[in-house]
Write a protein that binds this ligand. Structure first.
Ligand code: AMP
Length: 512
């Protein structure tokens, strides 16, 4: 929030915003526009289409809300029944609700109406709100389409649309809905597309639906915010639980968000943190809207210190003072890492992002580092013995038939050669000698072969943190007992085979 263009040294005044908005911004304590605001507000106010590449936490909500409000402040007119003058689409209910709050705050001195249409809430009040018509409608695509199909919402008079976090909407399967929605709008309209990343499909969406857009990028694409202190712990899967407890028990953890890949994982982590006496609550797509709102409010108010979330539920959540983001599991989509860690270091603050990476997530780690073009500092809790395993849900490469046949032939030759020589000599090659030691394992059973060495060798002294060589019964010595704490070794942990995110399995995508 510090990089401000010289021409906006007089703050928002230089942007030509309406006095009622300037007053609200002063009340909010905003002194000058953030870079995305400084760059995108002028073309938006001039009525141009805009493609904005900006990470969360850069002030992009105000970047598109202020021009919309400004237009309404300058041309106040009553909206037509069932119509909205401007539509803002967001991927999740939480983000949509937050945008509504921002519209209310920045427009506190104006007389405009704003309505929220999201899934998980009753249709009735939404229908009634639309009956009167609304200035700004903030919606998630799935529920909006329900309303449109039933004739409760009409976009024929909508002259501006914002697609916020467009890449996340695409990840959630909303691309067809976004396209359908835009075809229901007047051709002559203003379109603003904001995205943290610019994958191909978003680029083609922009090409198909935006007219000569001003392209604005405020941070190198997909690079995590520089102020975030990132670190990755290489740890056995079964050591993650203890490690997480230790990390979150540290005194500098003011407010933390822990990310898991699955809803089930989020519940499990929450339960374990609770057992350890930490104040944690989960937020994910299986929780009711009321539960989600309650949890979020508790987290905001500081009653809950740790929010355990899946990617989708946490998207766009803007809570001040998140000191730590912990990736309990690394995301399989590298862009998600950027979004996750963007929950900290908001509004000019710094933050800490810690990731727990087991052997099956090394590929994800490499993907993240490739995308972000930076190497994340590592702490190896496996003493250099971590073995790469197939990513969750993926099967290990089975040895190809050809290879297997060749091996059998070789064994036969060896046996022939050794026949008659001294007994007890070198017999057949070790059956485990296939590359990585996991050749015959599928993604879920490979954990028994962690060490991947022929014969499953383990380092004496039990310092590798593979399953089965850790503490007996799953309890390692506590730190301070003269023994390095092990983050591994609990046998029998249930493999997590569900890597498929939260949106699968439905015919039609919904906001999580
Ligand atoms: P966003 O990226 O829109 O989620 O905004 C991130 C945070 O920055 C929010 O808490 C905003 O209230 C805050 N913010 C946005 N614009 C400004 C500004 N110009 N000055 C100070 N804080 C801002």
């Amino acid at each position: 929030m510090t990089e401000i263009k010289d021409e906006f040294k007089d703050g928002f005044k230089d942007l030509g915003l309406h006095a009622s908005i300037l007053k609200a911004l002063t009340e909010e304590g905003y002194e000058s526009p953030t870079p995305i605001q400084a760059k995108s507000i002028p073309p938006m106010m001039a009525g141009r289409d805009v493609v904005g590449i900006a990470q969360t936490g850069t002030g992009k909500t105000a970047a598109f809300v202020l021009p919309l409000l400004n237009k309404m402040a300058n041309n106040p007119s009553r909206p037509t029944s069932k119509c909205c003058k401007a539509l803002i689409l967001a991927p999740t209910r939480e983000l949509a609700a937050q945008i509504v709050e921002s519209v209310r705050s920045y427009g506190v001195n104006m007389r405009h109406s704003v309505t929220l249409i999201v899934g998980g809430a009753k249709m009735g009040p939404q229908i009634r709100a639309m009956e009167r018509g609304v200035d700004i409608l903030v919606a998630t695509p799935g529920r909006l389409e329900d309303h449109m199909q039933q004739g409760y919402v009409n976009l024929s008079q909508t002259s501006a649309i914002v697609l916020d976090e467009a890449d996340q909407m695409m990840d959630l399967g909303f691309m067809p809905a976004m396209r359908r929605i835009m075809t229901k709008m007047p051709k002559k309209r203003q379109t603003m597309l904001l995205s943290a990343t610019m994958p191909k499909q978003i680029r083609s969406l922009a090409n198909d639906f935006l007219h000569n857009p001003a392209e604005i990028s405020v941070a190198p694409q997909s690079r995590p915010i520089e102020r975030i202190d990132q670190k990755v712990y290489l740890v056995d899967k079964h050591g993650k639980r203890d490690l997480l407890k230790d990390l979150l028990s540290a005194s500098n953890v003011e407010r933390a968000i822990v990310f898991t890949r699955t809803k089930h994982g989020a519940n499990k982590v929450t339960l374990n943190l609770g057992k350890a006496g930490l104040s944690a609550a989960a937020i994910h797509g299986n929780k009711s809207q009321r539960q989600r709102e309650k949890t979020l409010a508790g987290f905001r108010a500081g009653e809950i210190t740790i929010l355990v979330a899946t990617d989708i539920a946490a998207r766009g959540i803007d809570v001040d003072g998140v000191s730590h983001v912990v990736n309990y599991e690394l995301p399989n989509i590298p862009e998600a890492y950027v979004h996750r860690i963007g929950r900290t270091a908001r509004a000019g603050k710094s933050g800490i992002a810690l990731s727990l990476c087991d052997g099956s997530e090394l590929k994800f780690l490499r993907d993240i580092e490739r995308l972000t073009k930076c190497t994340i500092a590592r702490e190896d809790l496996c003493d250099g013995e971590m073995v790469e395993l197939p990513p969750p849900g993926q099967k290990a490469n089975k040895p190809r038939k050809k290879v297997a046949v060749a091996r059998i032939q070789l064994e036969g030759e060896l046996q022939k050669l050794t026949k008659g020589r001294k007994r007890g000599g070198r017999g057949k090659p070790n059956g485990n000698a296939s590359a990585n030691g996991n050749a015959s394992a599928d993604g879920e059973s490979a954990g028994n072969q962690r060490n991947g060495k022929p014969g499953g060798n383990r380092k004496p002294g039990g310092k590798s943190y593979g399953r089965g060589n850790g503490r007996p019964g799953g309890n390692s010595g506590k730190p301070g007992q003269g023994q390095k704490r092990r983050f591994g070794g609990k046998p029998g942990g249930k493999p997590n085979g569900n890597s498929g995110g939260n949106s699968g399995g439905r015919n039609r995508p919904r906001a999580a």
